[in-house]
Ligand binder design. Structure first.
Ligand code: PLP
Length: 433
């Protein structure tokens, strides 16, 4: 297939005049992989359609939210119905309680929660709350983890920060970054040493329980339990950032899969069914420190937005109603994709390490096991770029960076498994020629 991208190229030229880099979020740019970014006109099920009418099998799913595929009819209907009643009121609605109840049923550690409009806000607010609750300033995060773009969380962050190879961000005062301690993921000794160096000073440890933003990296056995024990011993809070893993690796997120109970959890992506939504929640005694009950301020004009609530409720209801079938189906499909492409890579003589947890996965172009950001960074990103361009040409759209997770939806089935394996065969053979 040789795609025409005439219209997308025109739109890109215009976008570059209006939006820095032509994008509203750096991860959408194709700087790391090369080639022209298609402009999306619409999407349905597992497919995206660009402005020139080309069709792509989608493996980034709006960076995670679209677990039921695009334009899933009950979600579309719920949004339509809510929109007809008014887009936003700035006053409480029943829908907020309805979605909160569903979230609590999926996440028993979440006794109380607050809705926000993004994962960034969820993480930023959870960290502020942890500091307010403990009266401590330091925060531990892990290299290659991304918790949104609030100042304190950009230190050694993953996702676009890692893709662009920048250690943090200009515009963040050193005094702010000073309180963020960035440690290697999957290394409990480093965490113990940090606590030993600052006893009683660390407010919280925030972690992606399965890293997605350095590419997919599962936690080592006992790692999350270790974080739980260390934080509890010191009186620090454990925040599991389940913005990506929540409702994704299981209905109850990574905390259900790995059996760990955090003090606070942050959620986003799937919780809003594709509309801007996030949430943070956890222990009631901690959450009750939030204004208006307590001294920790946090607010939002559009928080708990009725359209986002409606999309979230429709999404969670579907996931809850068909939990067994959905998560075993996602596991089966994603395993078939990972195994199929690994076999093709072996045949083609391309060195590939596949990391996968449920329906999130990454193909790293390295022979090393990928267990932390340093090992992820051994990937041959130029080879990934060639692979990305080859896959796109074959009609498969992967996240445009080595340091991102790919996602499978319930709309991906046997046909799509075959498509992606065949596309990889073409793309990987071109790698070695
Ligand atoms: N936390 C994690 C684990 C994420 O993957 C992301 C976004 O990719 C965020 C936080 C930030 O969420 P948002 O982009 O909705 O602000």
């Amino acid at each position: 297939m040789t795609r025409s991208l005439t219209r997308s190229r025109q739109l890109q030229l215009r976008a570059e005049q209006l939006l820095p880099g032509g994008v509203d979020s750096p991860v959408r740019a194709f700087r790391a992989v090369g080639g022209d970014p298609p402009f999306v006109a619409r999407a349905e099920g597992a497919y995206l359609f660009d402005a020139d009418g080309n069709r792509y099998l989608d493996f980034f799913g709006s960076w995670g939210p679209m677990i039921l595929g695009h334009a899933f009819p009950p979600v579309v209907e719920a949004i339509r119905e809510a929109a007809g009643k008014g887009a936003s009121f700035g006053a409480s609605t029943a829908a907020e309680g309805d979605l909160a109840e569903l979230v609590r049923r999926c996440f028993p550690s979440v006794e109380k929660l607050r809705f926000v409009s993004s994962g960034t806000e969820a993480c930023m607010s959870a960290v502020r709350l942890a500091r307010g609750f403990t009266g401590r300033n330091f925060v531990i995060k892990f290299e290659g983890c991304y918790h949104g773009h609030s100042d304190a969380m950009l230190v050694k962050a993953g996702s676009g920060v890692a893709t662009l190879g920048i250690p943090g961000s200009a515009g963040v005062p050193a005094e702010t970054a000073m309180h963020t301690l960035a440690l290697p993921f999957n290394d409990l000794e480093a965490v113990k040493a940090a606590f030993a160096a600052r006893p009683g000073e660390i407010a919280c440890v925030i972690v992606e329980p399965v890293v997605g933003n350095a590419g997919t990296i599962p936690p080592a056995e006992g790692y999350l339990q270790g974080l739980r024990e260390i934080t509890e011993r010191d009186g620090a809070l454990l925040i599991l950032d389940e913005v990506m893993t929540g409702f994704r690796v299981s209905l109850g997120g990574a905390q259900q899969v790995y059996g760990v109970k955090p003090d606070l959890t942050t959620l986003g992506k799937i919780i809003g069914g594709g509309l801007p939504c996030g949430a943070f929640g956890g222990r009631a005694d901690v959450m009750d420190k939030l204004a208006p009950l307590g001294p920790v301020y946090q607010a939002g004009t559009l928080s708990g937005n009725p359209l986002a609530m409606a999309a979230g409720i429709a999404t969670l209801r579907e996931l809850m109603a068909r939990e067994g079938e959905i998560y075993s189906g996602l596991e089966k499909t994603t395993k078939a994709i990972a195994d199929g492409v690994a076999a093709v890579a072996r045949e083609a003589g391309v060195v590939l390490t596949t990391n996968r947890v449920g329906s999130m996965f990454t193909w790293f172009f390295t022979g090393e096991p990928v267990t932390d950001f340093a090992s992820a960074a051994t990937s041959d990103t130029a080879a990934f770029g060639r692979f990305h361009r080859g896959m796109l040409e074959a009609g498969v759209w992967l996240p445009p960076s080595q340091f991102e997770a790919a996602f499978v939806s319930t709309a991906h089935g046997a046909t799509e498994v075959e498509m992606v394996v065949e596309a990889a065969r073409k793309a990987l053979v071109n790698q070695v020629t």
